[in-house]
Design a protein around this ligand. Structure first.
Ligand code: FES
Ligand code: FES
Length: 169
């Protein structure tokens, strides 16, 4: 502990203990109150699939699933995830079997540099879970939070349509 300029004793920042289920495994973690979920994943747990594009909730590259719903990990404090079930791109496959959305992205060649791809896939799985998208236009609208600098949008949409709408359109 150190003294502040006015002579008071500064308290060290306390970490918080959280429990969560991450990619099928129960974890107990100590996190600082300002650590974002994205930094927890990337910097502390070595889960670097989720990308830091803007760090401001504008690009979707950091999208992960919380209790099946898509969230921006850069806008979520890790302490807010106490008790949550989280799935990142690393946890979507079942053993060697890719998630159907991952396979569809490969089949449809729905990436170029791949930087946005983990977020696109997690967001698409979240979209699938929501059950709101009934046609191509709705998919386009509901995926508008995920940007792709490479402009692979048409192939991304084709891949998502294959899974969400069923079969190649
Ligand atoms: S890094 Fe989270 S939305 Fe861009
Ligand atoms: S594939 Fe490069 S940013 Fe989307």
């Amino acid at each position: 502990m150190s003294a502040t300029p006015n002579g008071a004793t500064a308290q060290p920042f306390a970490s918080h203990s959280i429990r969560l289920r991450l990619n099928g495994q129960d974890r107990q973690l100590d996190v600082l109150p300002w650590t974002t979920l994205l930094d927890l994943l990337r910097e502390h747990l070595d889960l670097i699939g989720s990308k830091k594009g803007c760090d401001h909730g504008q690009c979707g590259a950091c999208t992960v699933l919380r209790d099946g719903k898509r969230i921006n990990a850069c806008l979520t404090l890790a302490v807010m995830c106490d008790g949550a079930e989280l799935t990142t791109i690393e946890g979507l496959a079942s053993g060697d079997a890719l998630h159907p959305m991952q396979q569809a992205f490969i089949t449809r060649d729905a990436f170029q540099c791949g930087y946005c791809t983990p977020g696109q896939i997690c967001s698409a799985v979240g979209l699938m879970n929501e059950g709101r998208a009934c046609d191509s236009a709705q998919i386009q609208e509901l995926m508008s939070g995920n940007l792709c600098r490479c402009g692979a949008y048409s192939n991304i949409r084709d891949a998502i349509e294959d899974v969400v709408l069923g079969g190649e359109q």
